[in-house]
Design a binder for this molecule. Structure first.
Ligand SMILES: [Zn+2]
Length: 270
């Protein structure tokens, strides 16, 4: 499932390649993804002559803003954007945005858990914390609602209502860098550890954004490559391998936690 770095990678690529261009039309290659397409409204937003004004990430979703409105796109489990060609439609390509200059942008989603939803002008903005901002993270972590929670720090990090866009991979990698066991209860963490965690999360996410994300299963970046952050995973998927922290003699362990795998070093994470 795409996490923040993968979503950010698509938003940046779309922004730099298409913003400022004029649409020709939107073409649907089926009637629904997770939900049915609101075709008439989408056709108005991407109508001929409308300008592509902005593309950015909000939480784990991508906002496409045109001169006639805005759409929120969720990548679901396997959604991806890619540059396309107006004459060919590939397998699992469900939506195509065509531009006046002959270019096209395709939305591909083999498992079809993604969605395209119209942004209503009176809609509330996402209220979850943006994990690229250390200051905001620290404020959240030290708030009464989080600091006193009796759930594990990893489950808290992955709660999308609190923080937008951290999933299993980046939660575990950040906890490793901050020297925190994923099973530690929020209420038991010291202020020093919270500070360290707030510092490491934006560092790891920015590194992953620059490397095009992690390719686990079907993810491909906008350029169609697999991203290369997975080569830098220090704990994720490394069961029984040696800990990569310099001087540490530990071996990475895997446990099941809240229905998913957690990897950590039992020596330097506590
Ligand atoms: Zn270690």
């Amino acid at each position: 499932m795409p996490e923040l770095p993968e979503v950010q990678n698509f938003a940046q690529s779309i922004h730099s390649n298409y913003v400022g261009k004029k649409f020709k039309n939107i073409v649907f290659h089926r009637d629904n993804l997770r939900y049915p397409f609101e075709k008439e409204k989408l056709e108005r937003i991407f109508a001929s002559g409308n300008e592509f004004l902005n593309c950015y990430r909000e939480g784990k979703q991508i906002i496409l803003e045109t001169s006639s409105g805005a759409v929120k796109v969720s990548l679901g489990m396997t959604g991806a954007f890619k540059a396309a060609n107006q004459s060919d439609v590939e397998k699992h390509q469900h939506v195509t945005l065509n531009f006046k200059n002959g270019e096209s942008l395709a939305f591909v989603d083999p498992r079809r858990f993604g969605f395209w939803k119209i942004c209503e002008s009176n809609e509330q903005k996402e209220t979850s914390c943006d994990p690229l901002l250390e200051k905001d993270l620290l404020k959240l972590f030290l708030s009464e609602t989080v600091k006193n929670k009796n759930i594990s720090v990893k489950d808290m990090l992955m709660d999308q209502k609190l923080i937008g866009g951290i999933g299993n991979i980046y939660a575990l990698e950040a906890l490793f860098l901050a020297g925190i066991l994923p099973t530690t209860r929020c209420v038991d963490l010291s202020i020093l550890k919270w500070k360290s965690l707030a510092k490491e999360i934006p560092i790891i996410l920015n590194l992953a954004i620059n490397l095009g994300g992690s390719s686990i299963s079907t993810y491909r970046s906008f350029k169609g490559d697999k991203g290369s952050f997975q080569n830098l995973h220090k704990v994720y998927g490394r069961e029984n391998e040696k800990c990569l922290k310099s001087g540490c003699q530990g071996y990475i362990k895997r446990i099941a936690q809240s229905g998913r795998s957690s990897w950590f070093c039992p020596v330097c994470q506590f």
